[in-house]
Design a protein around this ligand. Structure first.
Ligand code: ADP
Ligand code: MG
Length: 307
């Protein structure tokens, strides 16, 4: 092969291959170096959705709120911190093994995968991304116990994408272990879903007491956005009694999802009717109310670290 022909071959090899034509989808901004000071989370606001009781609607709330905020043009990151990976499955990610929050956290030693590399686009065209979880996160959580600075690991991890998102919503596991403590240490606000059951109020008290402790010891900036009553059915007297008890105890109960259909307002007899309950997960109006409230907080709150 003569020199001319050889040059032709080399040029062909080094030319970038023509990119496949794809419909443009929203991608995060180009990768940047991690924020210099992890304590300064720049524009990112972080909300933990937490309650150590399971089945109260944490995951459903994270998903519904994240989608509503992204539809309104916010750059949203959902973080699945539950080794059961319910949110991950809910977002349609079948397996994140090897590239999940487990590898980002690490265990006794720091993780080996940057958060950015694990992110999955959830809805093409919406700036809505998921940091997925995997069962391996359970082992990572055990390892965290012997890690230096173990409560601050997540805050540092989030700082690496602080410029790329407006809000991170953390789906906490149903426990008060190191992952939940990390979430409540990294967050500036916490939303506490609960079911309207009198026996659950004791667990709620316990959670709020733990939150006070975290505020005192680890994160004085965290504020409670409120207690979000999920799966409320205004037609059931025991649901109404539980909400009344929360109000009587002066708990910061949000009104979201506690409405009564207009046609039945004023009746309030509690008799079952054809009117549907106002579940947050399925009720667009309640979702919009919650997103309105969170947007007010996003627009009002000063960045962490500012005067
Ligand atoms: N606001 C709600 N209205 C109706 N059903 C809900 C609501 N929130 C959650 N659910 C349902 O309750 C179950 C448990 O919710 P989930 O979000 O997984 O709870 P958690 O994350 O607290 O364990 C799921 O089947 C979910 O679809
Ligand atoms: Mg969950």
């Amino acid at each position: 092969m003569d020199a001319e022909a050889l040059r032709g071959v080399r040029e062909e090899e080094t030319q970038p291959r023509a990119r496949e034509k794809r419909e443009p989808t929203v991608q995060p901004a180009p990768r940047r170096l991690p924020a210099r000071d992890w304590n300064e989370l720049l524009t990112l606001r972080t909300i933990a959705v937490a309650n150590h009781k399971s089945g109260v609607g944490k995951t459903a709330t994270v998903h519904a709120l994240g989608a509503a905020l992204a539809e309104r043009g916010r750059r949203v990151l959902l973080v699945d911190l539950d080794p059961q990976a319910t949110l991950t499955a809910f977002c349609g990610v079948e397996s994140a093994a090897g590239m999940s929050m487990a590898e980002v956290f690490g265990g006794a030693l720091p993780g080996v995968v940057p958060l950015w590399d694990t992110l999955r686009e959830i809805v093409p065209g919406l700036y809505l991304f998921l940091a997925p979880s995997d069962l391996a996160l359970a082992a990572a959580e055990l390892g965290l116990i012997s890690r230096m600075g173990r409560e601050d690991v997540l805050r540092k991890i989030l700082s690496t994408v602080a410029d790329d998102f407006d809000v991170a919503i953390l789906d906490c596991p149903s426990s008060l272990g190191p992952l939940s403590v990390n979430a409540l240490t990294a967050a500036q606000a916490v939303l506490v879903p609960t079911q309207p059951h009198i026996p659950d109020l004791r667990a709620l008290w316990f959670f709020l007491a733990t939150l006070e402790q975290i505020k005192h010891e680890l994160n004085r900036n965290i504020e409670t956005l409120g207690i979000l009553v999920t799966q409320y059915d205004w037609r059931l007297p025991h649901h109404r009694a539980a909400v009344d008890a929360m109000h009587a105890a002066r708990l910061p109960v949000l009104q979201v999802g506690l409405g009564q259909p207009a046609s039945s307002a004023g009746g309030g007899t509690g008799s079952l009717s054809d009117q549907p309950p106002t579940h947050l997960a399925t009720n667009r109006e309640a979702q919009a109310e919650l997103a309105d409230m969170v947007e007010r907080w996003l627009d009002f709150e000063k960045p962490l670290g500012s005067a």
